[in-house]
Design a protein around this ligand. Structure first.
Ligand code: HEC
Length: 114
């Protein structure tokens, strides 16, 4: 039977939470709450075959967490949109390497910026 890894479960949450953040930003507002869950990305256990290169994974996970922290501290809705798109680019970069399945779905999270 297929057993979902801790990382896979965390990713599904991250996806759902980012959809909420996306809607808030698209409406021109700043998100009021931030999920702290995504800080666990380093600890969550992945299915073994996925993480053959731990160094690359760690580096991209760090970039992702740092981008989310910048988003959290942004006070400007227009700037926050750009930072959000950067975060989604980081999701996509890691997925190019480790897990191409959800790539299309992830790219759709990007916000149109004028
Ligand atoms: C540092 C690398 C990395 C980053 C950053 C990352 N992911 Fe993932 N993601 C993975 C890996 C690896 C898996 C596969 C996990 C497994 O199978 O154990 C995964 C799995 C997923 C899945 C599938 C989960 C399932 O149902 O099996 C989704 C959806 C997902 N990620 C969305 C996202 C979104 C959205 C972001 C950004 C907000 C993101 N990911 C950022 C590495 C990453």
């Amino acid at each position: 039977m297929h057993q979902d890894s801790e990382l896979a479960l965390l990713m599904r949450k991250m996806y759902a939470q980012n959809e909420v953040i996306r809607k808030t930003l698209a409406a021109g507002r700043l998100p009021e709450t931030f999920p702290e869950d995504f800080y666990r990305i380093h600890e969550a256990k992945a299915t073994k075959k996925v993480l053959h290169d731990q160094t690359t994974f760690e580096a991209m996970a760090t970039t992702y967490v740092e981008t989310m922290k910048r988003l959290k501290s942004s006070q400007d809705p227009a700037e926050a949109k750009l930072i959000f798109n950067e975060a989604i680019t980081t999701c996509a970069s890691c997925h190019q390497v480790y897990c191409r399945g959800p790539l299309k779905k992830i790219k759709r999270l990007k916000l149109p910026v004028e």
